[in-house]
Ligand binder design. Sequence first.
Ligand code: NAD
Ligand code: TYD
Length: 337
Amino acid sequence: MKNILVTGGAGFIGSNFVQFMLNKYPGYTIVNYDVLTYAGNLENLTSVEKNPRYRFVKGDIGDAAAVTAALKEYSIDTIVHFAAESHVDRSISGPAVFVQTNVVGTQVLLDASRAHGIERFLHVSTDEVYGSLGATGYFTEQTPLHPNSPYSASKASSDMLVLAYQHTFGFPGIVTRCSNNYGPYQFPEKLIPLMIANALNDRPLPVYGDGLNVRDWLYVEDHCSALDTVLHRGVNGEVYNIGGHNEWKNIDIVKLVLKELGKPESLITFVKDRPGHDRRYAIDAARIKNDLGWVPAYQFETGIRRTVQWYLQHRSWWERIISGDYKNYYAQQYANR
Ligand code: NAD
Ligand code: TYD
């Protein structure tokens, strides 16, 4: 393994992963293949853009010719597939692009990877494919799939395609399913960065429904280290859940963010619930621990403090997103390339 194509490397987790891998493996080349949707932001990668082992290719995973050209040009032997439409609320207002990117795009990428003769294909998925839990219990890799949103349905479909290619063609595919991530570079439409940005602007913090929905939060760097572990030690055709036993009610997360920022709880506003809102997610990550020896390194208290600090120190980063200015970065940075 030396030439890795990371799809969706300009997004939240992808950009953290690109930086993580370049730092950890001096012998690897990382090619970031990203079409730069609203969620793709090359400003996330300014720290590595001059690194000779990093390349950016602007392309769509659904464009077979462009994917094939990138695989050939950079002699890619490994793919880590993050590229997706990732926001549940957007999947409710407009499902079509979720099917196009997450399902059709993944299938096109799989065919191109297969034809190219890839050595390993790691498909980055989500615990949301398992549906919603009641007050007790955990998702294991044996939990039946029961996706409830167009987003999770599209991710479940792509998981099934990867596993079907492995079963049918002996394709070297592996699937990981992680719980909710938080940390630097998360687009401020997701719960934690949205609440930080609104609080810092003294704007209302919109909590859906009764605020008692539960999510299981993992610091993004822990997700990256888990993916690195699965990439090197995982078994083809297997599914690995990733999580850190860190369940929080939404309302408690929002109150914690306000406390960290020294802002009043009076900013909290309960708003209409998300249609079909999953009540609780919680991951059983015993397999990745027992089989591959991975455990998270960050305590939540440390991770959330780092995250809040990061958003405080990178105010221009998220303000440029909110204003739309970040979209100009590509035009300026790559104008003459
Ligand atoms: P994100 O929305 O921040 O980034 C997605 C990236 O994919 C963007 O850079 C975007 O430009 C790119 N992209 C979208 N469509 C593309 C296409 N057709 N071709 C090429 N690139 C395209 O997402 P994220 O939160 O970083 O999530 C990354 C992956 O991890 C997704 O597959 C998601 O399902 C999965 N995941 C996310 C979480 C989470 O909490 N954020 C948890 C578990 C799994
Ligand atoms: P989100 O970050 O969108 O992740 P996901 O839906 O994939 O878990 O939302 C996390 C939780 O926060 C979810 O229960 C919905 C809730 N939420 C709010 O209450 N208000 C908001 O403005 C957002 C974006 C999410």
